[in-house]
Design a protein around this ligand. Structure first.
Ligand SMILES: NC(=O)c1ccc[n+]([C@@H]2O[C@H](COP(=O)([O-])OP(=O)(O)OC[C@H]3O[C@@H](n4cnc5c(N)ncnc54)[C@H](OP(=O)(O)O)[C@@H]3O)[C@@H](O)[C@H]2O)c1
Length: 238
């Protein structure tokens, strides 16, 4: 399949790393020149072109543009009725994308995450699309059943950076107490990733609730200081 990417920034680049090894012909726009040329050098099935060349050559077009860049970037491009569009732009409705890319058919809004560049990763999709399910079959596509659910996931996923920040804080703290920084970070990343992928949260939290244990005491300290209340308030405000 011929896949085109308009915008070759952070998320488009990560998705190209995920899809290029699967053998699609990929054309990326020559913006973010360092990203575009690195992708072209890394994969023989990836080439760069102007926005018009990307549009002309593609069966499926991915939009990896910032919201304020989208309308000017898409204006005047030679979209066709036999093309399908997948947008990564959460802040622009699919109705608006459809009017900017007519007569192409807008399939779905997909939110990938940077880890997709390195291996299996979750994506949020709304509405469900067989095309996106097939293209990302080696990943975990979470199809949203309503716009309300999509918005809930869109906000809830923002917990990722506070979680990463907590590990950075614990790594830095351990270093001040005599730990090797790189070793502490590697350990904490492995600890959290392996325990979270091993199973559901409720049994994990139960198993980490030994009275007087280190995990139970730190969790209680954060609870006593309204940390989880603050988290819920922050999610409400997104
Ligand atoms: N980053 C994430 O984790 C993530 C996850 C899911 C969804 N998204 C969404 O994906 C979109 C892109 O995010 P990002 O983080 O990848 O942003 P980004 O790194 O800033 O990428 C934007 C890209 O658009 C290019 N661009 C700007 N004007 C253009 C034009 N006229 N023609 C062609 N390309 C143009 C930029 O090129 P230049 O550098 O040359 O200006 C850059 O390659 C956003 O809407 C964001 O909400 C991001």
């Amino acid at each position: 399949m011929n896949l085109g990417f308009l915008g070759t920034g952070t998320i488009a680049t990560a998705v190209v790393h995920a899809l290029a090894p699967e053998g699609h012909n990929i054309l990326v726009s020559e913006r973010s020149a360092a990203n575009a040329s690195a992708l072209e050098s890394a994969y023989e099935n990836v080439t760069t072109g102007t926005n018009a060349e990307v549009t002309t050559a593609s069966d499926v077009l991915f939009l990896g543009l910032m919201p304020n860049q989208t309308a000017p970037a898409l204006a005047g491009l030679p979209f066709r009725a036999d093309q399908r569009v997948i947008s990564f732009i959460a802040d622009i409705s699919l109705t608006e994308i459809a009017s900017l890319t007519a007569p192409a058919k807008v399939e779905t809004l997909v939110l990938p995450f940077p880890a997709i560049a390195k291996g299996r990763s979750p994506l949020i999709a709304f509405p469900q699309s067989q095309l996106a399910d097939n293209l990302f079959q080696n990943h975990d596509v979470f199809n949203m059943t309503s716009e309300t659910e999509f918005k809930a996931f869109l906000s809830a996923q923002a917990v990722l950076s506070p979680v990463a920040q907590m590990l950075a804080e614990a790594t830095g703290w351990a270093a001040t107490k005599g730990a090797d920084t790189a070793k502490a970070e590697a350990f904490l990343r492995s600890l959290v990733a392996s325990n979270l992928t091993a199973g559901a949260l409720t049994p994990l939290l139960k198993s980490l609730s030994t009275t007087g244990g280190y995990n139970a005491r730190l969790r209680q300290h954060l609870e006593d200081n309204s940390s989880y209340k603050t988290l819920r308030e922050g999610l409400d405000q997104l």
